[in-house]
Design a protein around this ligand. Structure first.
Ligand code: 6PG
Length: 242
């Protein structure tokens, strides 16, 4: 399983590289009069990226009307809750960028989890092209948890990696918080997958995955790789010990 790694001096430069990738891919789709369908993760790492995209030099260049925002996962809370992934994205980016409301497809964490997983599955089926029976995103932006989780696929529920469901309900192993999450097969069906990961506390997990050590098998992130081979790690150098 091959991962492409891009290593940067610091977290700002790794985020800027992902911002440049989004700009490039969104413009390419606009040229084809198509939407750029991106699914974004939550957590602290993408928050800086979103703030960067909201800054003048990106905000004025990105063809927001050609981008459709979806979510990789969402905590089962109100969108105004401090733990909401949508809320974080709105605060950092969507309140500033000119993304038309009809291009924003949040997971409704406030609704009954199983019902929302089903609704979101149907939404993806109606909005996205399909391949292998699963929706195809142009880009899925992932993070990596300190336990090797990605999306809301945690080490104690690797079954979500092979689920035939497109979207499912997960439970955080420590807090018990319910989550809505894309499943492994949906994630791996994307045209391109980017992990944006910074910091020394994830370096060992990344090294295990890159080197395919026996340890790597317990990390959900280890099983993310799309058939097209377009699965990249964008890393600051603190995250690199491989
Ligand atoms: C979430 C995210 C999750 C995140 C990792 C990394 O809902 O929490 O989707 O998968 O990407 O936990 O989070 P940090 O970027 O905060 O380290």
């Amino acid at each position: 399983m091959k991962h492409t790694t891009h290593i940067f001096e610091n977290a700002e430069l790794s985020a800027r590289a992902v911002a440049d990738l989004i700009l490039e891919k969104a413009n390419a789709k606009k040229q084809q009069s198509q939407y750029f369908n991106i699914a974004v993760s939550g957590g602290s790492t993408p928050k800086f990226l979103f703030s960067l995209l909201a800054e003048e030099d990106y905000r004025t260049l990105i063809p927001w009307e050609s981008i459709r925002f979806f979510w990789v996962d969402e905590r089962c809370v109100e969108p105004t809750h401090p733990e909401s992934n949508f809320g974080m994205t709105y605060d950092a980016l969507l309140q500033f960028a000119f993304v038309p409301a009809e291009n924003i497809f949040r997971m409704k964490g406030e609704d009954i989890p199983d019902n929302e997983a089903d609704r979101y599955k149907n939404l993806l089926r109606s909005k996205l092209p399909a391949k292998n029976g699963f929706p195809v995103f142009d880009l899925i932006l992932l993070g990596l948890g300190d336990d090797g989780h990605t999306a809301s696929i945690f080490p104690d529920n690797l079954l979500l990696l092979d689920s035939e469901k497109t979207v499912d309900v997960a439970t955080h192993p420590v807090s018990g918080q319910k989550r809505i999450t894309l499943t492994g097969k949906t994630i791996n069906n994307a045209d391109e997958i980017v992990f944006l990961i910074n910091g020394v506390n994830k370096a060992k997990i990344i090294a295990d995955i890159i080197n395919q050590t026996p340890e790597a098998k317990k990390y959900p992130a280890n099983y993310v790789h799309n058939a097209a081979g377009q699965c990249s790690f964008y890393l600051d150098k603190e995250a690199v010990i491989f």
